[in-house]
Design a protein around this ligand. Structure first.
Ligand SMILES: Nc1ncnc2c1ncn2[C@@H]1O[C@H](COP(=O)(O)OP(=O)(O)OP(=O)(O)O)[C@@H](O)[C@H]1O
Ligand SMILES: [Mg+2]
Length: 343
């Protein structure tokens, strides 16, 4: 009788199904089934999400020793000029790398793409395992927090004191006033400027201004420091002091990339050299000189001073680079770096 009622109800779609006992039971089971299915779907969704998060975290951990990777990168500027072409290279954690080559060969293009000042036309750039060519514009500030930058023209805020120039770069990362009060005088003492805290940039020499910009770049202890012609405006003695400072920073484990024309310095330090010509990487040598002929000549001591100890390392110019330096700060929104198209 009940199954007959059910058949009738189903066949004709008539009657009040809820009044039928079998239909009631069937409805209850259906509700239970639906609830179970919803639970399974939600668990699956959660699982997929967790897996994606896990893969992301794994990717961040698994960059291993490669801090910077260029995978077949080409940059063609809007006017058709080729800044970089098919560049492929990898820079390990803790390395000190010179980018050399004649004017217009693509050094600044290489450096500026790391800061994501503009997009690569083709290819992929990875920083700490993350493809920055896919990074959403609103995640770029998090990338830049991990990169200290030093330029030939210092780029200091002319209407702020030495102290405030350095404090500013801490405050924009959300540091507290207490942190600023502790870290700024400390870093300025390390770069030898503790007596100039209240000077404005135009009251400093070029070398001192560059020290401020290095203090500003390093106060957050970024895992990557990029320098574009850091000694380009300085005399040889001042340049040596600046390069010593950058080298000390490298000895704390920070990966350093320096674009330079300073042949004497490159020959003297004998670090890894990547040479560019017309946008192409034409040489990539360890313990090298400014030109390939110079590579056989041993490095000379840069004359490291006692204060190396303050950076946590002794003066060991020729030992292996430390690999236990500062780590990349995770992006607070890891999934924001998903496979969306470049902006
Ligand atoms: N914004 C731009 N628009 C068009 N072309 C550009 C732009 N910036 C750089 N270029 C060109 O790209 C090429 C590489 O320039 P880049 O500035 O990278 O060279 P560089 O090696 O840093 O030179 P330098 O040693 O003089 O600093 C050059 O031909 C340059 O004219
Ligand atoms: Mg340049």
């Amino acid at each position: 009788m009940e199954s007959r009622r059910l058949r009738i109800a189903i066949r004709f779609g008539k009657g009040n199904l809820a009044q039928t006992p079998v239909i009631c039971a069937w409805g209850a089971w259906a509700r239970v089934g639906l609830a179970l299915a919803a639970g399974i779907v939600s668990r699956l969704k959660k699982g997929v999400l967790m897996q994606a998060r896990h893969a992301e975290a794994q990717q961040d951990r698994d960059y291993g020793s490669a801090v910077v990777e260029f995978d077949d990168v080409t940059k063609v500027y809007d006017d058709g000029t080729v800044g970089l072409e098919n560049a492929t290279t990898s820079i390990r954690r803790g390395e000190f790398v010179f980018l050399v080559g004649p004017t217009g060969c693509g050094k600044s293009t290489f450096i500026r793409m790391l800061m994501k000042e503009f997009e690569a036309t083709r290819g992929h750039i990875f920083i700490a395992g993350r493809d920055i060519t896919r990074l959403k514009p609103d995640r770029v500030p998090y990338l830049r927090r991990n990169i200290g930058a030093v330029f030939q023209d210092f780029k200091l805020l002319s209407n702020r004191t030495v102290y405030d120039n350095v404090a500013y770069s801490l405050l924009v990362t959300g540091a507290s006033r207490a942190e600023v009060r502790e870290k700024v005088p400390h870093i300025l003492r390390l770069v030898g400027l503790s007596t100039k805290l209240h000077n404005f940039p135009d009251q400093l020499s070029g070398g001192e201004q560059q020290r401020v910009s290095i203090a500003r770049a390093f106060v957050n202890h970024p895992p990557l420091l990029i320098c574009d012609e850091p000694t380009g405006n300085l005399d040889p003695v001042t340049s040596l002091g600046i390069m010593q400072l950058i080298y000390r920073i490298n000895r704390t484990g920070t990966t350093v990339i320096v674009a330079t024309h300073d042949q004497g310095m490159v020959d003297r330090m004998r670090r890894r050299v990547i040479e560019l010509r017309d946008g192409h990487i034409v040489r990539d040598e360890q313990s090298a000189g400014y030109t390939s002929e110079f590579s056989a000549v041993p490095a000379t001591d840069l004359g490291f001073a006692e204060e190396d100890a303050e950076f946590g390392l002794g003066p060991e110019p020729d030992s292996e680079p430390p690999t236990n330096g500062p780590d990349f700060e995770p992006d607070p929104e890891p999934l924001a770096n998903g496979p969306e198209a470049p902006a």
